[in-house]
Design a protein around this ligand. Sequence first.
Ligand code: HEM
Length: 231
Amino acid sequence: MMKDYKPVLGGAGATDYARYMRTDTLLSLQVSPREMRHRDELLFQIVHQSTELWLKLACNELRDAAVHLRQREMHNVLPLVGRSTLAVQLVTDQLEMLTHMTPWDFYLVRPALGNGSGFESPGWRAVNETGNELSAAFDHVIAADNIDLVRLYKEQRHSPLFSVSEALVGWDEKVALWRARHYKVAVRTIGINTVGTKGTPVDKLTLLLGHQFFPSLWRVRSTLFASSSNG
Ligand code: HEM
């Protein structure tokens, strides 16, 4: 007898794929050809919308990582931080798509954004919040367990806490690399002194490049080298 592959799930959509993935709703969330002022609105919106989705995952993983870290469950922290780091890497890679839009085309797209600005990105706001949560969890563990980071880095490279520390540095670095790439893409598109939709000159974005979520893990590197007798 032939197996029946008709949809079995509830919800809207012609197939189970459409029903579970909610593709009808998802694909209706971009500007329609009728509403478009410029064809590159689709490119611009998809880069932003997919960034929000990947960052939703990145932050979900980071929130749980913070809970596991406080419980000293390092084996659970590592894979979650790894996923979050990869998500940030993916949104950095997809910034490349914006280099396929010319400055003048973006000039024509920009009125469609109103006063909307990246400062209002829920995904990037959540990255800041969850990054700070994870940072607080890390500082708590270091203080409560009386950990000497210099000793950890010199003598305990096989410990789970060392692996977690390096994963946190990797995550922090990927966020900074997104900022650096975003800055370059913004300058490439609108020029160096141009003011963004929230009144911030593009160049002010460089002030954010040095932000660190885990300053003690960056500092310990300097401490190790300051104590080196090799000059
Ligand atoms: C051609 C593309 C882009 C240009 C020209 C651009 C430009 C700018 C400018 C000028 C600012 C300063 C704030 C303002 O006045 O708006 C800014 C901030 C920001 N933008 Fe973009 N942007 C672009 C793409 C993106 C994308 C794809 C995202 C992803 C969500 C994004 C997220 C952000 C965030 C989060 C900020 C706040 C600063 C930070 O956290 O580093 N931008 N952008």
